[in-house]
Design a protein around this ligand. Structure first.
Ligand SMILES: [Zn+2]
Length: 69
């Protein structure tokens, strides 16, 4: 049975669950009982900017885009 990593957005803890692949997208409560959790993709290292959401249309966008020299 595959294991999935979850992260709780309420307390920030991460935890693993073993569950059938068919239930991989079902909500999982964290060990502290919160249900505001997200499933992490185990094949992607979430160590930094790779997993950070990009700001969408919110100001600037020049620096980092290659147009600032
Ligand atoms: Zn929690």
């Amino acid at each position: 049975m595959p294991r999935y990593d979850f992260r709780c957005r309420s307390c920030g803890s991460t935890f693993e669950l073993s569950r059938p692949m068919a239930q991989s997208d079902e909500p999982a409560a964290c060990p502290a009982g919160h249900d505001d959790t997200v499933r992490l993709l185990s094949t992607i290292a979430v160590t930094g900017s790779a997993g950070a959401p990009r700001p969408s249309g919110g100001g600037g966008g020049c620096c980092g885009g290659g147009c600032c020299g």
